[in-house]
Design a protein around this ligand. Structure first.
Ligand code: PLP
Length: 449
């Protein structure tokens, strides 16, 4: 198993062929989901005491398992938040997998961390963070939110000098992981009223002024690109309130942070530069493969004071204080150096290509919103801030949306699942793939006629 034998040679050939074909597919088919019963029949278990030929296992993967996965990088994947990794990022991720990198500490992975930090710096610069900013890559937005808000809670508790139950100000449109984070951290959420899906400075100011125990609030969370609607909260207003009260200001830009690269919408993010922490997920709209989220603190030393793990066997990674240990900035220890795929891709294509790719999805979203506005049987819910377009088919019930979505998936024309807006069913297109074209979306809209 640990020598490069004929089994490894054969697997390499199969893997290279597969990867070449998968990455060269145009268009990328959506594929489909499957029931457990179907999978049990189509792909009987292959793991036993004795070895199985790699060809047989690979064949099962290629013909059954891979096909029972909806391709998040298909240009027709419009549900949830899709993924649109560059070819170079996918290929470099293979290099990372083959290299047994443990991106925990500078001692173990100085080179990898050095390169990852360059990619973090690019994102921090787009947001306008200061020279001290830094952090690490974690597995996703949920992990980033949890890690950042753990710091917020502990900073507030340290200031109070006790372990009081703390509270987090957030809107109902904040991502579900914020609620989970609050529960894990034993915090309560103070819901801030929203105006058409947006958290506004005035509402936050009023909530803060009306609060009878502001000392138990540890953080304000604003979202730069809500998951359902793609709305950017009033970040400048949120920053002003948070800082006036001495609360931590966290910006969840997991999806929308890519918009920082686009001059046409950059002004909507004003205020993000005042955040104490932010997350941006390259595995969403910054063209890296899953799983990859950038977690950045304005003052990483505050995170270090909270997340550093203390064990005698780890003393050797802390000999030099100037060395950057990604383990110190989130709740993790061992860590895949997942940011390397982002680093490689940004370098290979250049940031201008990133800017153009983000702008292209913004343009497609605006154009399809125009079409919807001009359609006699569709209603646009609001103009998109970013690249999520919400609309309704007049007169349709939830069941009709669901039905339509399943038919599109079966036909391979779209993976667009319905959602809810202000208590009513609606359809949404989430566009992060520059290969999702207006013509393609037009065709999909025609089926709603
Ligand atoms: C705004 C926002 N925050 C956090 C998350 C959670 O990210 P992940 O799924 O990578 O944990 C999402 C996911 O869609 C999101 O849209």
């Amino acid at each position: 198993m640990h020598s490069f034998d004929s089994r490894a040679e054969r697997t390499l050939e199969l893997a290279i062929d597969y990867v070449r074909n998968r990455l060269a597919q145009e268009p990328i088919p959506l594929d489909h989901s499957a029931t457990l019963a179907e999978l049990l029949v189509a792909a009987p278990g292959l793991i036993g005491e004795d070895p199985v030929d790699p060809e047989i296992v690979f064949e099962q993967y290629e013909s059954v398992i891979a096909k029972a996965v909806i391709s998040a990088d298909s240009e027709r994947f419009l549900s949830f938040i899709p993924s649109a990794p560059t070819k170079a990022s996918c290929l470099f991720d293979m290099v990372v997998s083959a290299s047994a990198l443990n991106g925990t500490s500078w001692l173990e992975s100085a080179g990898a961390i050095y390169a990852e930090n360059q990619a973090l710096r690019v994102i921090a610069d787009q947001a306008g963070f200061g020279p001290d900013a830094g952090g690490c890559f974690v597995s996703g937005g949920s992990a980033g939110n949890l890690s950042a808000l753990t710091v917020a809670r502990d900073v507030a508790r340290a200031r109070r000098g006790d372990r009081a139950r703390m509270r987090i100000l957030a809107s109902a449109e904040a991502h579900s992981s914020i609620k989970n984070t609050a529960s894990i951290l034993d915090c309560d959420i103070v819901p801030v009223p929203i105006w058409h899906g947006r958290l506004e400075g005035d509402a936050l100011r009023a909530a803060a002024a009306a609060d009878s125990d502001p000392d138990t609030i540890c953080a304000v969370v604003a979202t730069a690109g809500t998951t359902n609607a793609g709305i950017i909260d009033d970040l400048a207003g949120a920053a002003e309130v948070a800082h006036r009260y001495g609360w931590w200001f966290h910006v969840d830009a997991a999806y929308g942070g890519a918009g920082l690269f686009a001059p046409s919408v950059r002004h909507r993010f004003t205020g993000i530069e005042q955040a104490d922490s932010m997350i941006v997920d390259p595995h969403k709209w910054l063209f890296s493969p899953l799983d990859c989220a950038a977690l950045i603190y304005a003052h990483p030393n505050k995170a270090k004071a909270v997340h550093t793990q203390d064990a005698s066997y780890l003393d050797s990674i802390r000999v030099n204080d100037a060395e950057w240990n990604p383990t110190d900035f989130a709740y993790h220890l061992s860590r895949r150096a997942r940011g390397l795929a982002t680093w490689f891709s940004m370098a290979v294509y250049g940031l201008a290509a990133y800017r153009d790719a983000v702008e292209s999805s913004l343009k497609t979203a605006a154009q399809i919103a125009d079409r919807i506005e001009n359609s006699p049987h569709l209603d646009l819910i609001c103009r998109p801030d970013l690249s999520i377009v919400m609309f309704r088919r007049r007169g349709w019930s939830e069941a009709e949306y669901q039905d339509w979505s399943m038919r599109q998936l079966e036909a391979g024309t779209a993976f667009a699942m319905p959602s809810q807006w202000e208590g009513e069913p609606m359809m949404r297109f989430a566009i992060v793939n520059p290969r999702t074209t207006l013509a393609m979306l037009d065709e999909i809209l025609d089926t709603l006629g």
